[in-house]
Design a protein around this ligand. Structure first.
Ligand SMILES: Cc1cc2nc3c(=O)[nH]c(=O)nc-3n(C[C@H](O)[C@H](O)[C@H](O)COP(=O)(O)OP(=O)(O)OC[C@H]3O[C@@H](n4cnc5c(N)ncnc54)[C@H](O)[C@@H]3O)c2cc1C
Length: 411
């Protein structure tokens, strides 16, 4: 069996490593000519890290990222609404990692290069066409110099990201990107560690939200590479997307400064952090409607190509990894078309539910609840919200996304 993988991002590379581990040959076809460490911070939730652990990648993750110990939701003044341990600290079998997306891609690319051999990784090969019959699928590829080649395989998996060519080919009538009118500014810079150097904080009110977490070692043991995201509504929901969603579009400090100034967190000067950040990115919070199906014969979709979602709840990369495990398990036990259908039947409804939940704020609804009841702050959170309703939001989301441990209680 030989599997063609279109896209050498997080999902495509993890899929390749899992296939190799299962003794199934594959080739990764990546449009970019050079693999550069693009992006800022992402989180890998424990159910995804467990899969990376099974691929013996834990030492590389430890050398690159941060084992996340705690997640705290707070209001715009930094008052704690909800706080919970994460990863091993919450009783999971595997840690949660906060990590630089580009460095994660680089470490996966290096591992795939070492384990599959250089011929299995084809940078500069963009998927531009497909054909299939009962026995084979053919991928048409355009190379960086404009030349074209074809490759054949038993299956083709489209892991080609939020702007997936394969998704558009399979579903030409689907609407485009959905923008909810929210703009996100983000960056990462070397900064003094707060709260032990391994804590994630989501803070804000109805107007602005901040997501803050360390993603790697800093310039000294007391510093961390610290990732921040600030987001706010800048247009009505359903306004057409102003610009093609571009992960690398530069953002301006002056645009984000007034938003940062609404936040007064006692343990960090957010405005100073942002001012010190060398490169700020801005992009619209976009997703796509869940699809009715992903699979057609010997072809299917995986990761952002299948289910792009708003980046609330730290799920984009993790769900791609869970997809990959499901697909490889199916390929180990069924003929190709049946395996792809079984994967689709299991993962499409599960991820569609997360896409929908993220549209209503996902776990960050906990902040909206506190802001609606006490816009200027509160004495104690239990004066305005019961532990049960807070747990319902936080743990309900973890159950939906497949990484709940057991019912806990707020600290
Ligand atoms: C440059 C970049 C920066 C990102 N930065 C962040 C970030 O800072 N924070 C965050 O939360 N998420 C970021 N993401 C998205 C994040 O990686 C995904 O949400 C998640 O990891 C799921 O991974 P994926 O493999 O499905 O998609 P991606 O990681 O997006 O990978 C898709 C891959 O497919 C390749 N590709 C696209 N079209 C074709 C084609 N026709 N043929 C072959 N290959 C193709 C792309 O070059 C890319 O390498 C970024 C993605 C990219 C591409």
């Amino acid at each position: 069996m030989h599997i063609l993988i279109a896209g050498g991002g997080i999902g495509g590379l993890v899929l390749a490593l899992m296939l190799q581990d299962a003794g199934i040959a594959c080739t990764v076809l990546e449009a970019a000519q050079d693999i550069r460490p693009l992006g800022v911070g992402i989180n890998l939730l424990p159910h995804a890290v467990r899969e990376l652990q099974s691929l013996h990648l834990l030492p590389a993750l430890d050398a690159t990222g941060i084992r996340t110990r705690r997640l705290t939701y707070a209001n715009h003044r930094g008052q704690e609404i909800w706080s919970e341990p994460r990863g091993l600290y919450a009783g999971h079998e595997a840690p949660q990692f906060s990590i630089h997306r580009g460095r994660l891609q680089t470490l996966l690319w290096t591992a795939a290069h070492d384990r599959l051999g250089p011929d299995a990784l084809r940078p500069g090969h963009r998927l531009t066409g497909i054909a299939q019959d009962a026995d084979r699928v053919t991928a048409y590829l355009t190379r960086g110099d404009g030349s074209t080649i074809t490759l054949q395989g038993d299956a083709l998996i489209g892991v080609d990201g939020i702007h997936s060519w394969l998704r558009a080919h399979l579903h030409p009538d689907q609407p485009g990107l959905r923008w909810n009118g929210i703009s996100m500014w983000r960056g990462a810079t070397d900064w003094a560690a707060y709260d032990g150097g391994d804590a994630m904080v989501v803070a804000g009110d109805m107007t602005v939200k901040l997501v803050l977490y360390p993603i790697g070692p800093g310039s000294t043991p007391a510093h961390r590479l610290t990732n921040w995201v600030i987001y706010a509504r800048v247009a009505d929901p359903q306004t057409p997307t102003p610009d093609r969603q571009n992960w690398s579009r530069p953002g301006q400090y002056d645009a984000v400064r007034p938003l940062a100034e609404r936040l007064a967190l006692p343990f960090i000067d957010i405005t100073a952090l942002i001012r010190a950040t060398p490169e700020i990115y801005e992009y619209p919070m976009c997703d796509r409607d869940p699809l009715p199906w992903w699979t057609q014969g010997r072809v299917t979709l995986l990761g952002d190509a299948a289910h792009p979602m708003y980046p609330v709840g730290s799920n984009g990369a993790s769900q791609a990894i869970v997809d990959a495990r499901c697909l490889v398990t199916a390929l180990q036990t069924r003929p190709v078309p049946a395996a792809l259908r079984a994967y689709d039947a299991q993962r499409l409804p599960a991820t569609a539910a997360i896409v929908q939940s993220n549209r209503t704020g996902g776990p960050e609804r906990i902040i909206d609840l506190a802001a609606a009841r006490a816009p200027d702050g509160f004495g104690h959170i239990h004066d305005i919200a019961t532990p049960a309703e807070l747990a319902d939001i936080a743990q309900g989301y973890a159950r939906l996304a497949g990484f709940a441990v057991s019912p806990g209680s707020p600290s």
